[in-house]
Write a protein that binds this ligand. Structure first.
Ligand SMILES: NC(=O)c1ccc[n+]([C@@H]2O[C@H](COP(=O)([O-])OP(=O)(O)OC[C@H]3O[C@@H](n4cnc5c(N)ncnc54)[C@H](OP(=O)(O)O)[C@@H]3O)[C@@H](O)[C@H]2O)c1
Length: 248
């Protein structure tokens, strides 16, 4: 009996797969049966080792999204790819009045422009081989909320939510599901400083109905779901995985 959550026979690309949420997604997709192309600007050796140790199949791909157009060509030489997970992302913090053009452009390039051109490259390759595909974008609570001192991050992640819905509208009937995951507060390198600050940590925990931070593996499982046949009729959804934060 085949499971609706199985990714056996599928190939997936995950950006930013060397660490954090991207690493967990790569591992989860491999555990569900996909061959995973782990893309990173840093070495993805640790992720490849984890997947190999779990009995999965993976290979690495050097991909620096500081060039946001890099995604246009990435699918030309990879062979058939069924699943694209746009996970790579950065954040810059400063008061809005002092925010620099570099802190605006760098974040928008990696978090939004690169996501669009990766989606475009993936769709062109998928349409060319008359296949079906799944795109999972990593959004944020800041796709829905304003935040503070993170003007480019909030703008980029709000943009990811809008882009996800636009692409779903254009591509749903053509066989590509475009959806997103909005992670809440997840334990990664990215959030280490927040967790180390007892005052911030307490105020965050006090607001999370689940009462604890999320693990990167929580996002991995959700990515498997959205990449799987179980999600065939889901288009343009942004799935909150936040311990209930946005329900408050
Ligand atoms: N952790 C959370 O609580 C949380 C909440 C909501 C959304 N998110 C989102 O989840 C995603 C992953 O975040 P994380 O928490 O796992 O953070 P992380 O540990 O800092 O990982 C970020 C990933 O993005 C990669 N990346 C950054 N710039 C890149 C570039 N120019 N080219 C290619 N890859 C690049 C990083 O590579 P390097 O290691 O080489 O820098 C790393 O793999 C991001 O989109 C983030 O906005 C995280």
């Amino acid at each position: 009996m085949s499971s609706p959550f199985s990714l056996a026979g599928k190939t997936a690309v995950v950006t930013g797969a060397n660490t954090g949420i991207g690493q967990a997604i790569a591992l989860s997709l491999a555990e569900a049966g996909a061959e995973v192309i782990c893309a990173g600007r840093s070495a993805v050796t640790e992720t490849l080792d984890l997947i190999a140790a779990a009995g999965g199949k993976a290979r690495g791909l050097a991909l620096d999204l500081a060039d946001p157009l890099a995604g246009r060509k990435v699918f030309d030489n990879l062979g058939p790819v069924d699943i694209l997970v746009n996970n790579a992302g950065i954040i810059r913090r400063n008061d809005a009045v002092d925010f620099t053009e570099a802190d605006w452009d760098e974040v928008m390039d990696v978090n939004l422009k690169a996501v669009f051109f990766l989606c475009q490259g993936f769709a062109k390759a998928t349409f060319a081989r008359q296949a079906k595909g799944k795109i999972v974008n990593i959004a944020s609570l800041l796709s829905f909320q304003g935040g503070i001192r993170i003007a480019s991050y909030t703008s980029s992640k709000s943009g990811v939510a809008g882009l996800t819905k636009l692409l779903a509208n254009e591509w749903a009937a053509k066989g590509i599901n475009v959806n997103a995951i909005a992670p809440g507060y997840i334990v990664t390198n990215n959030t280490e400083a927040l967790r180390a600050d007892p005052v911030r940590n307490k105020s965050i925990l006090d607001r999370i109905p689940a009462g604890h931070w999320g693990e990167a593996s929580d996002i991995g499982g959700t990515a498997v779901f959205l990449a799987s046949p179980a999600a065939d009729y889901i288009h343009g959804a942004i799935l909150n995985v936040d311990g209930g934060w946005l329900a408050r």
